[in-house]
Design a protein around this ligand. Structure first.
Ligand SMILES: O=C(O)C(=O)C[C@]1(C(=O)O)C=C[C@@H](O)C=C1
Length: 333
């Protein structure tokens, strides 16, 4: 996407994929603008009823095979018990898998452009009547408009600038929220914002300016929204785990034992699968396809797969777990 105010062409400096590395995942088109619940949701996401909620109801993902220990047994119990619930851990994991595509496509798109520091410099924005950077302006104004369309009434949506929202102008949708009411106060978007701009973005793009500040801000915003949605899905993951095995989680919740909760909700094998799948998706979606290229020799990649894997490993999964802990600590209030 190039905006009218943007100037230069996007860069094309692909990275290489080892010869013979086989694409493992079918291409899927990312959601354009993650406004409101995903396709399956219709107007009533997240309902604990016979109607399918936002989270498509599917067979749970393969359970991690635990060899020993009460903690591992209780994790198996969560997954077994969840098979009979609408809010299943398997259906939530399926939603997380789809969201990977949106995040990865966003990274691929943003990587076309240079860093473009003016996008983030409040002194460079020169927007009349606004004291802030271009990215702040874009996210704040977009959120205002999306709030008018009711976006942040949905329990799976979280604004970055909650203090600036406008009232909804569309008829309100009744969400049969499966979450504990305390979920409404959990919003870690400030952390997500900092991680994205401090740690991820400088490593994703080339230094310097290419004039495409508007496009850079657009993709930044889409990635931020996708990251926020994915990470705050931790609330639903935690609820499904709690519903699947309340006796397992209750003592740690009562004792406010965050470390124990973190231990209980961590599934090492699932995390390994996430890493492997993200690697595979970047190697598939990120290929530069050109008629001249000989696939037997090398395939070009738009971003380093390891960077996306690291994003998941260091930030997305830990922050999703952090949301889960915050939610569970309040689950019995
Ligand atoms: O699938 C789960 O059980 C989750 O809690 C989600 C998630 C993730 O962020 O992908 C986080 C923690 C688990 O250790 C595994 C995966």
């Amino acid at each position: 996407m190039e905006l009218p105010m943007d100037k230069a062409s996007p860069r094309s400096t692909p990275l290489s994929l080892p010869a013979g590395a086989a694409p493992a995942v079918a291409h899927q088109t990312p959601a354009s603008l993650p406004l409101g619940p995903p396709a399956a949701a219709s107007t009533k996401p997240l309902v604990a009823s016979a109607n399918p909620p936002l989270l498509p109801v599917m067979a749970p993902a393969a359970a991690p095979k635990s060899s020993s220990g009460a903690v591992e047994e209780s994790k198996d119990a969560v997954e077994e018990s969840n098979k009979s619930n609408v809010l299943t851990i398997g259906s939530i994991r399926s939603a997380l898998i789809k969201q990977e595509d949106t995040i990865i496509f966003g990274l691929l798109e943003r990587s076309q452009f240079c860093y473009n520091p003016d996008t983030y410099d409040p002194n460079a924005s020169r927007i009349v009547g606004f004291n802030g950077s271009q990215i702040e302006f874009m996210v704040q104004q977009t959120e205002k408009m999306h709030a008018m369309m009711g976006r942040y009434k949905s329990p799976d949506e979280h604004p970055f600038f909650p203090e600036n929202l406008l009232e909804a102008v569309v008829p309100s949708v009744e969400y049969e929220n499966v979450l504990h009411p305390a979920a409404a106060n959990i919003n870690i978007n400030k952390r997500i914002w900092d991680v994205y701009f401090d740690d991820l973005l400088p490593r994703l793009v080339m230094e310097g300016s290419d004039g495409n500040c508007g496009s850079s801000a657009c993709w930044d915003m889409l990635i931020l929204q996708a990251l926020s949605k994915r990470i705050h899905y931790g609330k639903f993951v935690a609820e499904a785990k709690f519903q699947g095995s309340p006796d397992t989680y209750t003592p740690a919740i009562i004792n406010k034992d965050s470390d124990k909760l973190m231990d209980l909700l961590t599934f090492t094998k699932v995390e390994e699968d996430v890493r492997a799948r993200v690697m595979s998706k970047v190697m598939t979606f990120g290929q530069v396809v050109s008629p001249e290229a000989d696939p037997a020799i090398e395939t070009k990649l738009k971003i380093e797969p390891e960077l996306a894997v690291e994003l998941y490993d260091k930030w997305i999964m830990p922050l999703t777990k952090e949301v889960q802990v915050q939610y569970l600590l309040k689950r019995l209030d």
